[in-house]
Design a protein around this ligand. Structure first.
Ligand SMILES: [Zn+2]
Length: 384
């Protein structure tokens, strides 16, 4: 098994709710295409996944929900199906969604299996559908592929970190493992006070035996690179040090980018990439997935940068003229940085500092932090 594996998800283009839905499969196909053009992905990296079995999915979701998804996918009427999340315009049922969802899960399971077989990094950019609940589709997510990947990883590993840097709270994965001390979930997201799904507050720290194994950094609106990286450093390295994970599932949602139309966090590609870089440097096996991201040029640039970083490659910072999006963007790193009034930066900083301090207080009975009431001032990221 080579050390870096890129999983392809056959039929990825079929995971499409409607013609104008923001979760476009081109996010994945364009990223893959550009990564190949730049030599970031090579033929030997590719592993083609099989769809997951419905039996495996029904070990994480309820068997009843799996049957509902299959029936709606075949166009059959399901009385009461609105309670399963398909009444919302976020998740309209579509023909073939059962097979498309099994394909996405299968690719994340293949990534988990590759790591269990000895790969250092395995990536499924089509995955990261972190909002799906046990019996409910939510936030464009039908089956929760990261949760199924974790379920498979538990066959081998006793300590699994799920780290979610999508701008939305990784609620589905959190709730599915909320009582499980084998899985530490960490989510860094725009506060649920301002953004879907409305959860991910600092006091959500797990229940029962899982108490202390759920961590939520709720960011203020307009959080920029500096404050985001400060919050990451305050929380993630101490939690890794405390928990000593054997494997990491990294959800790489690209929607914290400042051009994203669905959220209000103001990261650059290079600011976001620092988190991926940090994870790659830990020497722990990584199952990496995609996730959100609704500005197509931003997602593609960020995921190509992430692939190169996870593979340990330098990246040429230029997009070839033959690439489809060349007319819109010519560099992988951001050249322009968001221009925000200092007052907005201050508000975001204060909100995020308070949130991090609350998180530390709630987890203090379980985690040794060292230092408290830190300030975000003075940690300026260095851009390449
Ligand atoms: Zn998201």
């Amino acid at each position: 098994m080579s050390t870096f594996v890129y999983i392809t998800c056959p039929g990825v283009e079929k995971y499409r709710f409607s013609a104008h839905h923001p979760l476009r499969p081109e996010r994945v196909t364009f990223s893959q295409e550009l990564a190949q053009m730049l030599g970031v992905l090579r033929d030997e990296d590719f592993v083609k996944a099989e769809p997951a079995s419905s039996d495996l999915v029904a070990e994480v979701h309820s068997p009843r929900y799996v049957r509902v998804v299959q029936a709606l996918s075949e166009g059959k009427p399901v009385p009461g199906s609105h309670v399963f999340g398909f009444a919302s315009s976020d998740n309209p049922p579509f023909r073939g969604m059962f097979e498309a969802s099994l394909a996405v899960v299968g690719a994340s399971v293949a990534a988990a299996q590759a790591v269990m077989d000895g790969a250092q990094v395995a990536v499924n950019l089509a995955g990261g559908l972190h909002h799906a609940r046990r019996e409910e589709a939510a936030g464009f997510c039908i089956f929760n592929d990261p949760a199924v990947a974790i379920h498979v990883l538990k066959q081998k590993y006793r300590r699994i970190v799920y780290l979610d840097i999508d701008v939305h709270h990784g609620d589905g994965v959190q709730w599915l493992y909320y009582r499980d001390p084998q899985v530490l979930t960490i989510s860094i997201h725009e506060s649920g006070r301002f953004l879907f799904p409305g959860t991910g507050h600092p006091d959500e720290i797990g229940e029962g035996e899982g108490r202390g194994y759920s961590a939520n950094v709720a960011l203020g609106r307009y959080t920029d690179d500096e404050v985001w990286w400060w919050a990451f450093q305050q929380v993630v390295p101490p939690l890794f040090h405390w928990f000593q994970p054997e494997v990491v599932v990294l959800q790489m949602g690209a929607d914290p980018h400042y051009t994203d139309p669905l959220a209000h966090v103001m990261l650059t590609a290079q600011g976001w990439l620092r988190a991926v870089q940090w994870v790659a440097e830990q020497g722990i096996p990584v199952v990496a997935t995609g996730g959100g991201g609704y500005s197509l040029p931003a997602v593609v640039r960020m995921w190509v940068l992430a692939l190169a970083t996870l593979k340990g490659l330098p990246v040429p910072n230029c997009i070839p003229p033959q690439f489809a999006l060349h007319g819109e963007v010519q560099t992988l790193y951001d050249v322009d940085v968001p221009d925000m009034p200092e007052r907005m930066r201050q508000i975001a900083r204060q909100f995020t500092e308070q949130s991090v301090n609350e998180l530390k207080q709630y987890l203090r009975p379980y985690v040794e932090w060292g230092g408290t009431h830190e300030k975000a001032n003075g940690s300026v990221p260095q851009y390449p």
